[in-house]
Design a protein around this ligand. Structure first.
Ligand code: ATP
Ligand code: MG
Length: 718
């Protein structure tokens, strides 16, 4: 040595520095949130380039999202000083897999211009295969097959490798056969699905050792961020590439493994040490991100998990001004959104940038309340990592049903749902409706009504169309007589739309059902279906531009790896967080994954963390007492500031114990899933009567009512 250290190494602590400089051989960096794992990876790449060990195109670097890849690219350039060109292999597993496949398509029976199917195409294809096999589609829905094939692909299993016992659950033991048929069909179409972007490169490497050797030589250094969330297929893929020349560095945190439900395996961390004997395992223990109270809260919480590899975390930030973690409650989620909106406006008045504020939620349906509120306030926000609430597929579908009910001339709405769920109305029928509508200059629905009395459409389609038009007529007639939110629910039930998602076995289906329930629930705040639809178009219209200073709204799952000065964590209630579904399906493991999600949430915050819960939720027009999340009890008292709730005069649900979890029905509330909550309302004859919405508002204080009226008039007047 002797010479001065390059600038990019300055400021690293000794362990970080070791992780950066141990470039040869396998390295595993196992460390808690905010300890600089991603920074180490980035610096390591800069180091490899700066010392001439490899050219940028010889480095394979895997990030969890495309956004993270862009950021990393940016930072490497900054570290090296100048733009780094040619980091062509920096991206997600899927983007890198795509690139490998395009280069070697012929070897796996594809052409290099293959298409990547979206979920819809994928389902259509599976459905064709199920039909071709003369299977009952109702009994064996395409979505279920899709989910099954997906789990196999996550485990790197091609059809021939699926254990015989595993296909039994589907179509009397024909799952595996259908998987093979599906893959054959994809080849004919020169197409791949998302899972193939992982599995096909593995197959390529296994069947063409020369190609594998070529990539092994090319990738002199390999780096993987968020390693704890890789699945088996991704692991196999890495291991194949790292076999001959294992300059591989994986960084991760077992406490942040939050994609188990999508096939991620924390065990990959243990496998790494086994498969790469002699791997340097480096632990980083100093957290640079968060203040002491935030770190204490997160560490204390995660200590309740049993299945941990064990790590320590410390900070030597001595910041006497550091804010404690705030725990606050509101009467309901509506007030929660209002209170958080107020808090954000007050931060903004004190000079904080909105870009540095995030609201991280457990479920996407929670977003609705915040979006509505922020539009009312004119507070700029952006939804990151997914569509905005009203732009979600299931919400757009539902809205199309409502629009077509209210406005029979709304062709776009009618067209959207005429065959959703699938009713067997083919393209020919729909085209005929279109032609007729255009020729006679009448709306689509009117054209359809004319056509069902003619012989132009096949009898079966005619009957289906007649039923559908009849249903719309019937719903429309109810518009003036039934409460619109009840009618909305009926529409989604009778049309088969809700059922379609209930039958769906894919991982996102339950979330979509929750979103639909939230949609119906939110309709109660409006006078009529029409005023609700007007409100929606208003919110949809409030497009904030990308460069504007704005609050970030996202799910906890999407927030991994990110950091913000201020983080709001709403909805810490039993059943929502921890989520009932995880508890029901995953038991103890499910609970621990939820707790890791809470840990991820808290550790996103640099300076301020606010945990919130609503004391009540409205389910099907009834008020339900909700129970504060058990995770609140797991926060260390010394580092938490419990804020008495505002206008509600301590109606926050805090009882004798810090967070009282006995509910008004006198029993421990353990299963507040929406369905159960609904059942409970029905047979809760002994308990106190659920409050009506106005009564609830009254109890939450005058100021709130005024706030509500102001909010409403702004929305209605717009
Ligand atoms: P997560 O587990 O949440 O992904 P991480 O371990 O990847 O966290 P980073 O995001 O790399 O952590 O770092 C957290 C913050 O700490 C970043 O703002 C980073 O710039 C800063 N940081 C990391 N190391 C140092 C250091 N040695 N000196 C100063 N700041 C640092
Ligand atoms: Mg990171």
């Amino acid at each position: 040595g002797g010479g001065r250290d390059p600038a990019y190494l300055e400021g690293l602590n000794p362990e970080q520095r070791r992780a950066v400089e141990t470039v040869d051989g396998p390295v595993l960096v196992l460390a808690g949130a905010g300890t600089g794992k991603t920074r180490v990876l980035t610096t390591r790449i800069a180091h490899i380039i700066a010392t001439g060990r490899a050219a940028p195109h010889q480095i394979l670097a895997v990030t969890f999202t495309n956004k993270a890849a862009r950021e990393m690219r940016h930072r490497i350039s900054a570290l090296v000083g100048g733009t780094v060109e040619g980091m062509g292999w920096l991206g997600t597993f899927h983007s890198i897999g795509t690139k490998i496949l395009r280069r070697n398509a012929e070897l796996v029976g594809l052409k290099s211009d293959f298409t990547i199917l979206d979920t819809d195409d994928q389902l259509r294809l599976m459905k064709q295969i199920i039909q071709a096999e003369n299977l009952d589609e109702k009994r064996w829905p395409a979505r279920q097959l899709a989910a099954l094939i997906d789990t196999w692909k996550n485990r790197g299993l091609t059809p021939d490798k699926v254990p015989a016992s595993e296909g039994r659950g589907f179509a009397n033991g024909r799952g595996q056969e259908l998987y093979a048929a599906y893959q054959d069909r994809l080849k004919v179409l020169n197409a791949v699905d998302f899972g193939d972007l992982l599995v096909e490169p593995i197959r390529l490497f296994r069947t063409h050792p020369d190609v594998l050797a070529d990539y092994q030589r090319r990738f002199r250094y390999m780096l993987v961020d968020e390693y704890q969330d890789t699945n088996v297929a991704q692991y196999l893929w890495l291991r194949l590439l790292a076999q001959s020349n294992p300059n591989i560095c994986c960084v991760g945190d077992d406490d942040q493994s939050i994609y188990g439900w999508r096939g991620a395996e924390v065990d990959n961390i243990l496998r790494f040490e086994h498969d790469f004997p002699g791997a340097a395992v480096i632990r980083l223990e100093r957290n640079y991100r968060s203040t002491a109270p935030i770190l204490a809260a997160a560490s204390h919480l995660i200590a309740h998990n049993e299945g941990r590899l064990g790590k320590t975390l410390f900070t030597d930030r001595r910041d006497p001004e550091a804010a404690l973690v705030t725990v606050a409650s509101s009467w309901d989620s509506n007030e929660e959104a209002r209170a958080i909106g107020d808090e954000i406006e007050s931060l903004q008045r004190k000079g904080h940038k909105l870009d540095e504020i995030a609201i991280l939620m457990r479920a996407s349906f929670q977003m609705r309340e915040f979006e509505d509120r922020f539009v009312t306030l004119g507070l700029p926000y952006r939804v990151v990592g997914g569509p905005r609430f009203y732009e979600r597929m299931e919400i757009r579908d539902a809205l199309a049903y409502f629009r077509a009910t209210v406005q029979p001339a709304d062709d776009l709405a009618f067209e959207r749902i005429v065959n959703t769920p699938k009713r067997g109305l083919g393209e020919a029928t729909i085209k005929l409706c279109h032609d007729t509508a255009r020729a006679r200059r009448i709306p689509l629905m009117a054209a359809a009504a004319d056509l069902i009395d003619t012989e132009e459409i096949k009898p079966k389609a005619r009957a289906t169309l007649r039923d559908l038009l009849g249903a719309f007529a019937h719903w429309r007639a109810d518009l003036d007589t039934r409460p619109h939110h009840e009618l909305a629910e009926t529409i989604l039930d009778e049309s088969g739309y809700t059922e379609m998602w209930r039958q769906d076995r894919s991982a996102d289906a339950p979330g979509r059902l929750e979103n639909l329930k939230e949609l119906i629930r939110s309709m109660q705040d409006f006078e009529s279906m029409t005023s609700f639809l007007e409100h929606v178009s208003l919110v949809m219209d409030a497009e904030s531009d990308a460069n504007q200073d704005a609050v970030t709204l996202m799910t906890l799952h999407g927030a991994k790896g990110l950091e913000f000065d201020t983080v709001f964590l709403p909805g810490w209630e039993e059943g929502l967080f921890p989520h009932q579904r995880s508890l029901d399906e995953g038991g103890r493991a499910g609970l621990e994954e939820e707790r890791r999600l809470a840990y991820v949430g808290l550790t996103r915050a640099r300076k301020r963390a606010y945990v919130w819960f609503a004391s009540n939720r409205r389910v099907h027009g009834m008020w339900q007492t909700s129970v504060p999340s058990r995770f609140l009890d797991e926060l260390p008292e010394d580092h938490v500031n419990v804020r008495e709730s505002g206008g509600a005069g301590g109606y926050g649900g805090y009882g004798a114990s810090r967070f009282d979890r006995s509910d008004s029905f006198g029993s421990r509330y353990t299963t507040p899933g929406w369905e159960r909550a609904r059942e409970r309302t029905r047979d809760a004859s002994g308990g106190p009567r659920p409050m009506s919405a106005p009564a609830a508002r009254l109890r939450s204080g005058g100021a709130t009512i005024e706030g509500e009226l102001v909010a409403k008039s702004v929305v209605d007047g717009g």
